[in-house]
Design a protein around this ligand. Structure first.
Ligand SMILES: [Zn+2]
Length: 317
């Protein structure tokens, strides 16, 4: 069972959104202009979530700033807190009442450098569920025979690896570039991967959604381009030429002897769309393909969108 929400939920949601937007921009284009600022914003917001959701309020400076508001610690300081928590084995005491976005820390461990003074990585084991008997908790998601998918749901721990040394290296590089100093190197994929790994925390966990949203937006843009091109092309065709193509399309159908070999084109309205891709997941047999008359290409995503619209139209008011 998920815990009830606290007054801090909106702040944590906002932090997680900033992390997801900035981290996804880097995931999409590691060389995007301002990558160092994106990295900085994503890291400070994600570490504020990780520290604040496990040790409430410790992500802030003890004294308020000039405007009377508490200030979030620098990323470097938040990493220090995680290291000190690992050294102290600061797990959440049994029986602690949680309110979202708080998470329970069931384990925290660190890897130390040769001096033993500096953590090079911290690994947290957390869960945001309440009242789970320890025997039901699983260290990793179940991997087994196909039948295991039908077992009752048992929430698993989230394992969050914080690569402190790599992130500290990235902070130095990003700071140098952001402030116009002589930076020592540039952000590399290993720095970005360390940032993306933080998404495993249940208080973050938004990168996949950001990817799906971006894919949908991309397809909408690409479809608009395909619509514009097809409309331009359609204007060049005479009615005689359209009629000729409608007849000829029959022989290009995957199965010319089946009535449903061709599909209606959503752009020109002729039954001349030659399917060459998968069908929608709603069972309407709306498929991706290309129209032999107007050249419009319906993508798999657009086929899915049409099917979803059809499904919504059929739902009772
Ligand atoms: Zn068409």
């Amino acid at each position: 069972m998920l815990p009830p929400e606290s007054l801090d939920a909106a702040l944590f949601y906002s932090r997680a959104q900033v992390y997801a937007r900035c981290a996804f921009a880097l995931q999409r284009d590691p060389n995007v202009a301002g990558a160092e600022s994106l990295f900085d914003a994503a890291l400070s917001n994600s570490l504020a979530v990780i520290v604040g959701s496990s040790w409430s309020g410790e992500e802030f400076r003890p004294k308020p700033g000039k405007d009377g508001k508490l200030k979030v610690l620098f990323s470097r300081e938040l990493l220090d807190i995680l290291a000190s928590k690992a050294r102290a084995q600061a797990v959440t005491p049994a029986g602690t009442a949680l309110t979202a976005p708080q998470v329970r820390v069931d384990g925290i461990a660190a890897e130390w450098d040769v001096t033993g003074a500096t953590a090079t990585a911290v690994e947290l084991t957390v869960t945001h569920f309440l009242d789970i008997p320890p025997e039901q908790l699983q260290p990793h998601r179940p991997e087994g025979p196909l039948g295991s998918a039908f077992r009752p749901f048992t929430p698993s721990h989230h394992i969050v690896r914080v690569d402190s040394a790599v992130l500290l290296d990235a902070i130095d590089i990003a700071n140098g570039i952001r402030h116009g100093n002589d930076a020592d190197g540039e952000l590399e994929q290993r720095h970005l991967d360390a940032l993306f790994a933080l998404d495993a925390h249940p208080g973050l966990n938004r990168l996949l959604t950001a990817q799906i949203d971006a894919t949908e937006r991309d397809d909408i843009d690409a479809d608009q381009l395909r619509v514009d091109l097809a409309n331009d092309y359609l204007r060049l065709l005479t009615q005689d030429e359209i009629d000729r193509r409608v007849k000829a399309a029959d022989w290009l159908a995957p199965d010319p002897f089946e009535d449903d070999g061709l599909q209606d084109c959503p752009l020109c309205g002729n039954c001349t769309l030659i399917p060459d891709g998968g069908s929608d997941s709603f069972g309407y047999n709306i498929r991706a393909g290309i129209c032999f008359v107007c050249s419009y290409r319906r993508s798999r995503e657009q086929a899915e969108q049409e099917a979803m619209s059809l499904r919504l139209d059929q739902l009772p008011d």
